[in-house]
Design a binder for this molecule. Structure first.
Ligand code: NDP
Length: 332
C-alpha cells in the first residue's frame, strides 16, 4: 500500500473550497489508490462552517480519505504537509483600494510562507489560487527559503481550460480534440492565451488552430478578450465568482504535478521564471510545462511572433510592478 500523504487546503470554508475538497478527498487529484490525511485551514470566524464541511467529508465515506482536521492554527495546518492548496485570500471589498488588497494579501502569504518554511515537508508542492495568485506565490516562496522555489506555483489552468473551451466551441469539436493551448503570464486581465502552437483534431486531421477556425480576427481579438474577462462575466451572471471551474482547474493543476503530463502534451502553470522566453528571472509567470516525476520543465524552443512577444511583455511588466509593490509592503 502507498504511504499516506498529508494535504492542506486553505480558505476551506469558502466557495472554491467546497468544490475542491470533494476532488481532493475522492482521489481525483492524488490518485484513487492514494490514502490521504486532509487538513482544512480557515480563519477563526469560519470554524463553525468548517466543522460542517468536515462532517460532510466524513459522511461521503471516501475510501481514500483517512482523516479530516479543521483548524485556524497555522502550525496545525502546515505541519508535515506534502501538498498545499492555498485558496484563501482577502477578497476585494467595495471601496477597497488595490494597495489595501495587496497589503492584506502580502500579510497572509508572508505568514503562510513562514509556516511552510517551519512546518511543511521540504518536498511540499504549493499552488496558490487566492488572488493576486502569482504575486502571492512569490511572497510565500520568499519567506520559505528552506523550500526550493520551484515548489511554488500559481494557478492559470482555469484560463487554459477557458481558452480550450472557446476554441472547441468555435471549431465545433470536443474538448479532447483541442490541445496545446498556452496561457502566458499573470492570472489577470493581461494574461495572454496563445493558440499559435495549438492543434485541433477535426475530421480525423490534426490542424493548426488558425487553419481550423479560419477566423484570424476573432482569434486575435474577441477570443483573447473573452478568456481574459471570463471571470467578470461569470460574476455578472452568477452574482458570485467562479468557484466550481476554479476548483476543477486547481485539481487539474495538482493532478498533473503529482501524476505527470501525458507524453507530448504540455499544460500551463505559473512558475518561477528562469529567464526562458526573455521573462525576467524570478517572476512567477505562466509558462507551458511538461511534468515527470513531480518535476516541471518549461517547454523550450517555441517560436514566438511579434504579436505574441508584445503580449507576453505586457503581462511580464504587470507582474514586475505587482512584485515591486508587494516587496515595498514587505519593507513597511
Ligand atoms: P472563493 O473560494 O470564491 O475564492 C478564494 C480565492 O480564490 C479568492 O482570492 C479568489 O480571488 C481566488 N480566485 C483565483 N482564481 C479565481 C477564479 N478564477 N475564480 C474565482 N476565484 C478565484 O472565496 P470565498 O470568499 O468563498 O472563500 C474564501 C475563504 O478564504 C473564506 O472562507 C475566508 O474565510 C478564507 N480566508 C482564509 C484565510 C486563511 O486561511 N488565512 C485568509 C483569508 C481568507 P478573487 O477574490 O479575486 O475572485
Amino acid at each position: 500500500p502507498k504511504e499516506v500523504i498529508k494535504v492542506l487546503v486553505t480558505g476551506a470554508a469558502g466557495q472554491i473550497g467546497y468544490s475542491l475538497l470533494y476532488m481532493v478527498a475522492n482521489g481525483d487529484i492524488f490518485g484513487h489508490d492514494q490514502p490521504l490525511d486532509l487538513v482544512m485551514l480557515d480563519i477563526e470566524p469560519m470554524m463553525g462552517v468548517l466543522e460542517g464541511v468536515a462532517m460532510e467529508l466524513n459522511d461521503c465515506a471516501f475510501t481514500t480519505l483517512r482523516s479530516v482536521v479543521a483548524t485556524a492554527d497555522e502550525k496545525t495546518g502546515f505541519s508535515g504537509i506534502d501538498a498545499a492548496l492555498l485558496v484563501g485570500a482577502m477578497p476585494r471589498k467595495a471601496g477597497m483600494e488595490r494597495k489595501d488588497l495587496l497589503a492584506a494579501n502580502v500579510r497572509i502569504f508572508k505568514s503562510q510562507g513562514k509556516a511552510l518554511d517551519q512546518f511543511a515537508k521540504k518536498t511540499v508542492k504549493v499552488i496558490v489560487v487566492g488572488n493576486p495568485a502569482n504575486t502571492n506565490a512569490g511572497i510565500a516562496a520568499k519567506y520559505a527559503p528552506s523550500i526550493p522555489t520551484r515548489n511554488f506555483s500559481a494557478m492559470t489552468r482555469l484560463d487554459q481550460n477557458r481558452a480550450q473551451h472557446q476554441i472547441a466551441a468555435k471549431c465545433g469539436v470536443t474538448i479532447q480534440d483541442v490541445s496545446g493551448v498556452i496561457v502566458w503570464g499573470n492570472h489577470s486581465s493581461t494574461q495572454f492565451p496563445d493558440v499559435s502552437h495549438a492543434k485541433v483534431n477535426k475530421g480525423g486531421k490534426s490542424l493548426a488552430v488558425y487553419a481550423a477556425c479560419n477566423d484570424d480576427a476573432w482569434l486575435k481579438g474577441d477570443f483573447i478578450k473573452t478568456v481574459q474577462s471570463r471571470g467578470a462575466a461569470v460574476i455578472a451572471a452568477r452574482k458570485l465568482s467562479s468557484a466550481m471551474s476554479a476548483a476543477k482547474a486547481c485539481a487539474d493543476h495538482m493532478r498533473d504535478w503529482f501524476q505527470g503530463t501525458k507524453h507530448g502534451h504540455h499544460v500551463s502553470m505559473a512558475v518561477p521564471s528562469d529567464g526562458s522566453y526573455g521573462v525576467p528571472a524570478g517572476l512567477i509567470y505562466s509558462f507551458p510545462v511538461t511534468i515527470e516525476n513531480r518535476e516541471w520543465k518549461i517547454v523550450q524552443g517555441l517560436e514566438i511572433n511579434d504579436f505574441g512577444r508584445e503580449k507576453m511583455k505586457v503581462t511580464a511588466d504587470e507582474l514586475a510592478q505587482e512584485r515591486a509593490d508587494a516587496l515595498a509592503v514587505c519593507q513597511e
